[in-house]
Design a protein around this ligand. Structure first.
Ligand code: IVH
Length: 718
């Protein structure tokens, strides 16, 4: 399996960054195979494991969520499902300038290339660099025929149906437009629309999106244009591709023409000549940035005259006649008013800095995560110092906050000179602020180092853990109960009315009966109408039967994510078998324990965590109450009846020649077999390719049936 399983908690920032990059590329690759060619290379389980690891790392390092992260794709990721479009003219990128000097150099290089004295005779346009995604719109005989994304610059994706839902993009051009016109520009989502969408997601208890750009991109890459239509995307025109007859001979003139044709063009575009004017305009746009209803990440300068552009031409990927003057990373000074501790589902105590509100790159920031006790102290995940000595974070401190790439704000550094007299070091609590139980830093059994996370030991006693657990239980990949979002769960949890309160997951399923027997009626409570109450109860009843893997995932066992839950469901088949085996595995030795550890993809830490869960009487009691209300369905029984290998455990070893290991595994699993990583008494078959070594020996020793790849293929062919 391609998934790295080293614990996420032990990753350094650098390792996390590298891995997130690798995961984004790898998942995109599998998406393309899956959707585009219908030829997946890995099993669904392995795919889920990749996504889950990506999520886990992002949860640990929220500041590192990449703009191309798989978690940021809207809906199913349909990479590769769109037809390809070869651009009539390539879509290029721009060089960057980061300082005033860089801008001076750019302007000087234009004069130099053209063999002219720098005498301010050349005009440049300056226009905001919109942070969206570039789009090429092709009109033939004045009708929109194709809309294509940039793709790799040469070939993009045909998203015409979705683009047609954007009201700002004209379907037809006026009679004086040339026969062939490619108008290029940026599709984006307004900040106000983005915030409204996120508010709605939050109200529905769904995961929110990170920034408008990713959301716009995901919204466009939907198979169903209705989804795109609902997102209210927008457009600015600023460039062009093929045009059968040029209507103007300057950049400025072209933009005016686009405007006349009905395209939105950016009102902050100017035509300027001197470097001083250009830089003044850049500063001006920088000041306006926060008030604009769209994200921009710089200002683009272009030589205005098209004949000069033609003479200047291109370097390999970017024009010599343009550059993008980027805005610096978004930082601001503010003060730490308080440090609060939030308690999560697994009891993790997360410190949050409450900040004097400050605008950072157009967003008002009031909170920043401080991650853990070490972070406050100035120590990174690998024990390295991340700030200078004494730059620990204290209440009252003036700090520098940064929003990098539009993600969750970070406290970068402390301004020591401004530290108020007598500001004391922050003392991390040793008791849970919610339930008062001891809060401890566990020792990592493998590394022997203290875990960076401080955890409340209260378990179900802790109200914070209990309510977060319910939120997990109803979440999208668990019971997925529509109408029970964060707000609603908080409401039911806080309620003191016996007819309304939900203090643990099983209470969800008794809510309706308790309502019926009481005078308190949910529909009379603000925020719940008749219809929404009916729908809520329908949604709850619809989950009285549930897939075993979802059931297991919903239990919220530490380290058991979606992928592990699927592995467990597939391996044990029924809840009864699963729970019985986990009780039997409790002593952490013997057959049941070994079987659990033999499941490929389940390591010792995970196994121990599951077994611990089943040792806790309170957990068993909650599960039992749950089982009185809901029925977990047996896993995959229907799919695999008649398969010759259903329920069998198989181990692949050696270098396989007839199929890849992932392919072999996926195929075996789809036929109901379990694929294990090591040979034990429980192994039914060992499929050995050339070069098989110790596993083959072990199989012979234990008398397990050994076969070649061809024999295996024959067996599964039935
Ligand atoms: S001009 C040959 N103008 O920036 C130059 N690009 O880094 C074509 N962008 O892919 C691009 N605002 O998506 C240009 N006013 C603007 C822009 C802009 C945003 C994006 C565009 C392009 C990227 C290049």
């Amino acid at each position: 399996m391609a998934v790295d399983t080293s614990p996420v908690e032990t990753l350094s920032e650098e390792q996390a960054k590298a891995e997130l990059q690798r995961l984004a590329a790898e998942i995109a690759h599998h998406d393309a195979l899956y959707h585009g060619k219908d030829q997946p290379e890995i099993s669904d389980a392995d795919y889920d494991a990749l996504k889950q690891r990506n999520d886990a790392i992002e949860a640990q390092f929220p500041q590192m969520v990449r703009t191309d992260s798989p978690s940021q794709r809207v809906g199913a990721a349909p990479a590769g499902i769109f037809a390809q479009v070869v651009h009539a003219r390539p879509m290029l990128s721009l060089d960057n300038a980061f300082s005033d000097e860089d801008v001076q150099d750019f302007v000087a290089s234009v004069y130099r290339f053209l063999g002219q004295m720098p005498d301010n005779s050349i005009a440049f346009t300056a226009e905001p660099k919109i942070d969206g995604l570039s789009m090429s719109l092709r009109y033939e005989n004045r009708k929109l025929v194709t809309a294509a994304t940039r793709g790799d610059g040469t070939t993009g994706e045909n998203v015409t149906a979705n683009i047609r839902t954007i009201r700002e993009i004209p379907e037809e051009l006026p009679a004086d437009a040339p026969d062939i016109v490619e108008v290029r520009g940026e599709v984006y989502m307004a900040k106000s629309d983005f915030m409204a969408l996120n508010a709605q997601m939050e109200a529905e208890g769904k995961q929110t999106y990170v920034n408008p750009r990713n959301t716009a991109s995901g919204s466009l890459r939907q198979l169903d244009p209705k989804v795109t239509a609902s997102r209210n995307l927008r457009f600015f025109a600023y460039a062009w591709g093929e045009i059968s007859q040029m209507p103007e001979d300057t950049q400025w003139g072209m933009v005016q023409v686009f405007k006349r044709w009905g395209f939105p063009v950016n009102p902050l575009t100017r035509r300027l000549s001197s470097v001083e004017e250009i830089i003044a305009h850049y500063s001006d746009i920088g000041l306006k940035r926060a008030d604009l209803d769209y994200d921009i990440d710089g200002v683009v300068y272009k030589v205005d005259r098209l004949d000069l552009q033609a003479r200047l031409g291109f370097r390999s990927r970017s024009p010599r006649w343009a550059t993008a003057h980027k805005f610096p990373a978004e930082q601001a000074f503010t003060t730490v008013e308080a440090i609060d501790i939030q308690v999560g589902r697994t009891g993790a105590l997360t410190p949050v800095a409450r900040l004097t509100p400050v605008t950072v790159g157009g967003v008002v920031v009031t909170n920043a995560t401080l991650h853990n006790a070490d972070y406050i102290e100035g120590i990174g995940n690998s024990g390295q110092r991340i700030r200078e000595d004494e730059h620990d974070i204290r209440i009252g401190d003036t700090v520098i906050v940064q929003r990098a790439g539009d993600v969750i704000p970070q406290v970068l550094d402390v301004v020591l000179e401004k530290r108020p007299e007598g500001a004391a070091k922050y003392v991390f609590p040793t008791k849970c602020p919610v339930c008062g139980s001891h809060a401890v830093r566990e020792k990592n059994e493998k590394t022997g180092k203290l875990d960076s996370v401080t955890r409340c030991t209260g378990g179900f006693v802790c109200r914070a853990q209990a309510v977060e657990h319910i939120k997990h239980f109803v979440s999208r990949n668990a019971f997925d109960i529509e109408g029970l979002g964060t707000k609603q769960v908080d409401f039911f949890f806080e309620s003191e009315d016996p007819a309304l309160m939900i203090r643990a997951a099983p209470d969800i399923f008794t809510l309706k009966v308790r309502q019926e027997q009481s005078l308190t009626k949910l529909e009379n409570i603000e925020g719940f109408g008749r219809v929404s109450v009916r729908k809520l109860f329908e949604a709850i009843d619809a989950r009285r039967e549930i897939a075993l893997n979802r059931f297991i995932f919903a239990l919220g066992i530490r380290h058991v994510g979606e992928t592990t839950a699927k592995l467990l469901a597939r391996s044990y088949g029924s809840y009864a078998a699963f729970s019985e085996a986990m009780q039997a595995a409790a002593p952490k030795f013997g057959d049941a324990w070994n079987d659990l550890n033999n499941i490929e993809g389940i390591g010792e830490v995970v196994a121990a965590s599951i077994v611990e869960f089943f040792k806790e009487p309170r957990n068993l009691e909650v599960v039992q109450r749950l089982l009185d209300e809901v029925r977990p369905l047996d896993a995959e029984a229907a799919l695999t009846t008649g398969s010759p290998v259903v329920g069998k455990t198989v181990v692949f070893t050696g270098s396989l020649e007839r199929f890849t290991r992932d392919e072999a595994k996926a195929r075996a699993e789809s036929l109901g077999a379990k694929v294990a990583g090591s040979v034990s008494k429980k192994t039914d078959y060992v499929v050995a390719g050339p070069g098989a070594g110790s596993k083959l020996d072990k199989a012979r020793e234990l008398g397990v049936q050994v076969m070649t790849e061809d024999e295996w293929l024959e067996l599964i062919a039935g």
